[in-house]
Design a binder for this molecule. Structure first.
Ligand code: GSH
Length: 214
């Protein structure tokens, strides 16, 4: 059995997710791309459903997305799930150095981009998560724009983040960048990022972030 066949045998899976989540959206995009069947289970974060004992038994960190495979194996952390799903797909470059670059961008996403860009958007979409002070908002806007500046430096020179093809690094960063304006980020100043978003859209499945998977 090759590993794609092994993976297919672990589906249908169940994805625990929250529709507006970019972290969940990364996994939804990969599952659609690989045409792997799954059941979508909404976890209402506004109602605290990620902190119930039932949910914490699956992921003690109390966060979606969580993918539960048909044999009961539990996968957590959006980028680690992306890696597991796509390791031997056309969304993963082959060279050792290219894979290092993929992980480098995915680490950047989790450390510099998501904690700023995603947080302001989440607070704008879901005021129930709590309000931020003006100083906190200003700081997140500044640090998020710094992360976008870093992406722009690369994307004004090349079509995708790693080599010349769409990879899971692009998927990881597309998820919150394409909706960054919802958190107040100004994408007009980033022509390289805007052109990259359009290129990503061409290679990604036609599934919007706010669209419940079929
Ligand atoms: N590093 C995690 C972050 C996941 C995350 O922050 N999930 C948020 C929604 S986007 C969540 O579940 N929050 C619920 C909570 O903290 O109670 C990943 O990439 O999967």
């Amino acid at each position: 059995m090759n590993s794609r066949t092994e993976i297919a045998a672990l589906f249908p899976a169940t994805l625990y997710d929250f529709l507006s989540s970019g972290n969940g959206y990364k996994v939804r995009l990969a599952l659609a791309h690989l045409q792997l069947p799954y059941r979508y289970e909404e976890v209402d974060l506004v109602r605290g459903e990620s902190r119930t004992s039932e949910f914490l038994a699956r992921n003690p960190v109390g966060k979606i997305p969580v993918l539960v495979l048909a044999d009961g194996t539990v996968l957590c952390e959006s980028n680690a799930i992306l890696w597991w799903l796509c390791e031997d797909s056309d969304w993963m470059p082959e060279g050792r150095l290219a894979r290092q670059r993929v992980l480098q961008w995915m680490s950047f996403e989790q450390y510099n981009h998501e904690p700023t860009v995603a947080v302001l958007r989440a607070r704008a979409l879901h005021p129930e998560f709590g309000t931020l002070s003006e100083a906190q908002r200003t700081d997140l806007l500044k640090r998020g724009h710094l992360a976008l500046d870093v992406m722009e430096q690369t994307l004004s020179r090349r079509p995708f983040l790693v080599e010349d093809q769409l990879s899971i690094a692009d998927v990881a960063l597309y998820a919150y960048t394409h909706v960054a304006h919802q958190g107040g980020y100004d994408l007009h100043r980033y022509s390289g990022i805007r052109a990259w978003l359009a290129r990503c859209r061409q290679g990604l499945p036609a599934l919007r972030i706010d669209e419940t998977p079929a």
